[in-house]
Write a new protein. Structure first.
Length: 413
């Protein structure tokens, strides 16, 4: 069975180019290499604030992108990428600010044009509409409500539960309503964590499947063959490292506690700082300023995803200092798998999913325990344990997870 996938993304193409990598990124990357997939029509994250719309306009619509432009007007652009053998179209628009139906109309118009002219035109081609964004649900099509995207299957892939994300606090009502629509109208729902299963089932979803995050094992396993980067060479060891966006989920009080208790250790945070942490007079901004004063805490900023294994490889120990709240309850850490794929010892707060690796990583119950387990992990790490971590990470590669998704799609169709 051959598939055409209309993918509503949780980020934009330019953000992925800048190094923002998430479940959505890995799924698309693997689908592009799957023999069942003929084309992917990738819809960049649809803005719902004017500030976000302005950024998308200049990054994805106004400026030139690699590939052939097949559609363009003042608010929208669609480019056919030349990066992959599988057809990839990147659709960017800010019309969602003004009219969601306008977005759907343009998508349908361009899809019709592609199918009419495509060399891969096939009557047996099945169209899948697959979404990562609960902020937009207008793509659903019904004969009684023919204003969506005609599809053979509607899929929702839940990375997080956005109603619990601080950045979406002003949109809780919209998200609550949309999650209800998603649960009722989706043919398949994939969840990142077990806790999400009950969340969607309570809303009436019937075909919900837990497919946890995976890891690009070969990409990270190569880290052992590379040397750490120069900016790590300048930092006093041991290096306790974290890779990821510095945002609300990071427990900055824990980071301050660890910095005070370990003046002989360096704490390195690799990743961009979420905008809310930079706004003056906001509590997060005050918190980040507070921990920046510690000389043994280093903020290295955004780095290319290609360099991620090299940074992890340069750590003596990797950490996941996440807060325990409702948002974290519905997540499943990509970071833990990436650290394990590099063979690194890991200390983490008891976030959702980490208990499955309790024999290979250190799970801290509180600040004091976190500090003790940093010392324990550094002292007791062995080559044999490092190899065990890599072996378990290898079993969590993305490819079998994508295969399972395709199987479920074929069964449902």
């Amino acid at each position: 069975m051959k598939l055409e996938i209309v993918m509503f993304n949780m980020s934009t193409h330019s953000e992925r180019k800048q190094g923002i990598v998430n479940r959505n990124y890995h799924v698309v990357k693997n689908l592009l290499n799957n023999e069942s997939v003929v084309r992917i029509f990738a819809v960049d994250f649809l803005p719902f604030t004017f500030k976000r719309a302005l950024r998308i306009f200049f990054e994805n619509i106004f400026y030139k992108q690699e590939g052939k432009v097949i559609y363009r007007d003042i608010t929208t652009k669609c480019v056919k990428s030349n990066e992959f053998s599988t057809e990839l179209y990147i659709f960017s628009t800010i019309d969602s600010i003004f009219s969601k139906q306008k977005v759907i109309q343009k998508i349908n118009k361009i899809l019709d044009k592609i199918n009419e002219s495509s060399k891969n035109a096939n009557k047996e081609l099945k169209r899948i509409t697959w979404s990562y964004s609960p902020m937009f649900v207008d793509y659903f099509y019904k004969p009684t409500q023919p204003s969506g995207i005609k599809s053979d299957l509607f899929i929702f892939d839940a990375v997080d539960i956005w109603t619990h994300h601080p950045s979406f606090s002003l949109f809780k009502k919209t998200l609550k309503d949309n999650y209800s629509i998603i649960s009722q109208a989706s043919d398949l729902i994939f969840t990142v964590s077990e806790n999400q299963l009950s969340f969607f089932k309570k809303l009436g979803a019937k075909n919900v499947h837990w497919i946890a995050n995976g890891v690009d094992f070969n990409f990270f396993a190569k880290a052992e063959q590379t040397k750490p980067l120069k900016d790590l060479d300048k930092i006093t060891r041991p290096i306790i490292g974290y890779v990821g966006t510095i945002q609300n989920r990071i427990d900055l009080d824990l980071m301050e506690y660890l910095a005070k208790k370990n003046p002989d250790k360096s704490f390195v945070l690799v990743g961009p700082i979420w905008p809310v942490f930079l706004r003056k007079f906001r509590r997060p901004a005050i918190e980040i300023k507070k921990i920046k004063k510690y000389k043994n805490i280093y903020f290295l900023g955004r780095k290319s995803y290609k360099l991620t294994p090299r940074y992890i490889n340069g750590f003596n120990l990797a950490i996941i200092p996440h807060k325990l709240d409702e948002f974290i309850k519905y997540t499943y850490s990509l970071k833990a798998l990436e650290y394990l794929a590099c063979g690194k010892p890991v200390v983490t707060t008891p976030a959702s999913g980490v208990e499955k690796f309790s024999h290979l990583i250190y799970i801290a119950k509180d600040y004091v325990d976190f500090n003790k387990k940093i010392d324990l992990a550094l002292k007791s790490d062995k080559i044999e344990t490092s190899q065990q971590r890599k072996k378990i990470a290898e079993t969590k590669d993305w490819q079998p997870k994508i295969k399972k998704m395709i199987e479920l799609i074929n069964q449902k169709i």
